[in-house]
Write a protein that binds this ligand. Sequence first.
Ligand SMILES: NC(=O)c1ccc[n+]([C@@H]2O[C@H](COP(=O)([O-])OP(=O)(O)OC[C@H]3O[C@@H](n4cnc5c(N)ncnc54)[C@H](O)[C@@H]3O)[C@@H](O)[C@H]2O)c1
Length: 400
Amino acid sequence: MSSSYVEVTWTDEVTGTKGYVVVDRLSRGVGGGGLRMRQGCTLAEVRDLAQAMTLKEAVVYQAGDRYVPLGGAKGGIDLDPYDPRAREVLGRFARAMKPLIEGYFATGEDFGLRQDLIDEVFAEEGIRSSAESALRLVDDGADAAHARLRRAFAQDVDGVGLGEVVGGYGVAECTLAAMQFRGLAPDDTRAVVQGFGSMGGATARYLARAGVKVVGIADKDGLVANDDGLDVERLLLTRDRFGVVDRAQLRPADRRLPGQAWLTADADVLVPAAMSYAITVADVPEIKASIVAEAANVATLPDAEAALVERGVTVVPDFVANVGTNAWWWWVAFGDIEPTVEASLRKLSTTLRPLTAEVLQRADATGVSPRQAATQISDEKRTSSATSFPTSVKAPAVAR
Ligand SMILES: NC(=O)c1ccc[n+]([C@@H]2O[C@H](COP(=O)([O-])OP(=O)(O)OC[C@H]3O[C@@H](n4cnc5c(N)ncnc54)[C@H](O)[C@@H]3O)[C@@H](O)[C@H]2O)c1
């Protein structure tokens, strides 16, 4: 395993909370990746996620795009996002990491943290944008990039902000492409989604809109299930800001089950869209689904993923399935697309459906796992993008 470009461990002077930033590598002087908040978050987890970000940055690149892959990075704070001190701890973390954020760590929302909270708290610390370091690379300038991002984030998609929709919309498009590749028609397909925040909420919405029966949705309080299909739009309206469904508003036929029941549900598709390491090797024999689409980063432990693939289950790897948010930020900021709902969803669909098919075709044709095939594709794209901007480096002599 290669070493990171930089790893920082921070201790909050008031609460003792630990926070981490790992920059796996810089490219064009920047590493990009989200910032999460969860109790139990470790440096090793943040490092894993930063490495996946390096693959994610490159995997959607297409020759001619204005955006060129950055390096991968990640941030994490070891605190329950429900902790009443969460906001002030985020503020002190931002203050401590400001030189990195403004220098070369471009970040945004991830598990436990929403972009609007990050924006608010970072602004209080004098940080114009969580992605400031990447925006200075934009051809027509950071101000133009800010304006496009502001317009894009102001768009509403049936009651949910566009910035919160794009990630899960991308997961749904990848899942639908995998279903098509494996011959599963949406109307005959049942899906269960673990996590109902930014990623899980939009994934469930767009799978349901495509005709898939969403028979289970898990949040931190357990699984809500209905064999005839849940009313996803209604459940979306009952969510609190942490992605938890208001149980008082369930329909009579909706059942409440323990959270772990999501794994063993009678479904064709499983979408882990909550925490990392959600599927272990011990879970594999219980899984009935033939497709697992990893909305969550590192959702499946490596030995579990190998066992699933061995059993013939199609695992769409995290850095393909959930690339939507990251790619969309750069497509908007660098001006590859107009900051509108229509342009955003079109670009996601026309990029992610063929990419998923390419990954699965290569995996089948060469006898490797989808993750291995996608890693090859990402590496090839990073190499080809280097001709557009030949400064991709693991450890530059001077960090900008
Ligand atoms: N938000 C993004 O843009 C983005 C992009 C790429 C990948 N991801 C990944 O997707 C995953 C989800 O991120 P998010 O931003 O949607 O998070 P979020 O905080 O918006 O939502 C998390 C959801 O998980 C649920 N949850 C928490 N603990 C749970 C448990 N023990 N069992 C079942 N559900 C539980 C919460 O109730 C909530 O519904 C993370 O792994 C994240 O790294 C997020």
